[in-house]
Design a protein around this ligand. Structure first.
Ligand code: OGA
Ligand code: NI
Length: 353
């Protein structure tokens, strides 16, 4: 007879339901010793990424703000923005929705579960459970959200205001991304609509990343080091992370081989350059490695919006260092390769580069 050593916890599909019942990190979440987060050797707040005030982007400070954006994209690949035009009430609404979603009963959440990365709406766990060897301390709900009317009906209908609130958030973030896209175009010395022209009709996806408290955060990652495969990412961190200043902030960015903790500032967004922007700018702008670490006290919620090229565009006017590819091909490589191994971008370099 087969040994019946499997505990009930091992049968949980989602981390949210496993985490509440364990006081050790299960073995499939434990990283090899050479690949664990160093929670103490992290540069602190005063070394953090630039904060750019978007007030006046349409006015007298225009060229100054464009310059700041250009410098941040070139040197850091990451910056924070304030006076971005997204109302505080909308920010707290989307955070509440995310929190409520992950508090729904397991059976309700599981209605959205899928381990297939090509699905346009899905709840899943870790990164790609089909290909990875070690799991990550994260659950996530991934949603395609542009054009909205194509996708809203696939979204969870619980919490009851999910469709309405998330749709409003997506619309608002898209307006912001479009302004940033123009500003970034300009900062490269190009026409404002240059990126738009190069990339065709652009998609938008988002994730609700949920990191439950972790009994042994030194053994595992929320998300190991990676760069984002898309064009621009707009990240919203939760206030809980802000209240717990003694904790290591969850998001860390690599600068000069050191991890910099990004301290959350209320009502700001974090913007980062993705791989496609590095390609478009011919390596002038950097898609920088970042990771999420977990903590033992509090759940954390992070809501990234990923702005992506349309799936089939090939832009041969701009690509020199990289070979021609479609975003569909790029995404497939990204999801199947596993994080923290080879940089996905390197797989697309031309042989002469
Ligand atoms: C991502 C990401 C950071 C975080 O989803 O690509 O970098 O802390 N998230 O969730
Ligand atoms: Ni990322």
């Amino acid at each position: 007879m087969a040994a019946t050593t499997t505990t009930t916890t091992a049968t949980k599909v989602l981390l949210t339901d496993l985490a509440s019942s364990v006081n050790h990190v299960p073995s499939n979440y434990i990283r090899p010793i050479s690949d664990r987060p160093n929670l103490s050797d992290v540069q602190s707040s005063d070394a953090s990424i630039p904060l750019i005030d978007l007030q006046g982007l349409q006015g007298p400070s225009h060229s100054n703000i464009i310059k700041q954006i250009g410098q941040a994209c070139q040197q850091e690949g990451f910056f924070q923005i304030k006076n971005h035009g997204i109302p505080e009430t909308l920010i707290s609404t989307i955070m509440d929705i995310a929190r409520e979603f992950f508090r729904l009963p397991e059976s309700e959440r599981m209605k959205s579960y899928s381990d297939d990365p090509t699905k346009t709406t899905r709840l899943s766990t870790s990164f790609n459970v089909k290909t990875e060897k070690v799991s990550n301390w994260r659950d996530f709900l991934r949603l395609h959200c542009y054009p909205l009317e194509h996708y809203v009906k696939e979204w969870p209908s619980n919490p009851p205001s999910f469709w309405e609130d998330v749709a409003e958030y997506c619309t608002s973030v898209r307006r912001l991304v479009l302004r940033l896209r123009e500003a970034i175009s300009e900062s490269l010395g190009l026409e404002r609509d240059c990126i738009e022209k190069a990339l065709g009709k652009q998609g938008q996806q988002m994730a609700l990343n949920y990191y439950p408290p972790c009994p042994q955060p030194e053994l595992t990652y929320g998300l190991p080091g990676h760069t984002d495969p898309n064009l621009i990412t707009i990240l919203l961190q939760d206030e809980i992370a802000i209240l717990l200043q003694d904790d290591v902030p969850g998001l860390q960015v690599l600068r000069d081989d050191k991890w910099i903790a990004v301290n959350p500032i209320p009502n700001t967004f974090i913007v980062n350059i993705g791989d496609q922007m590095q390609v478009l700018s011919n390596d002038q702008y950097k898609s920088v490695l970042h990771q999420a670490v977990v903590n033992c006290n509090k759940e954390r919620i992070l809501i990234p919006t990923f702005y992506c090229p349309s799936n089939d565009v090939i832009d041969d006017d701009y690509i020199a260092i990289y070979r021609n590819f479609t975003y569909a091909e790029y995404s497939e490589k990204f999801w199947n390769r596993g994080l923290a191994t080879e940089r996905c971008l390197d797989m697309f370099k031309t042989s002469s580069a």
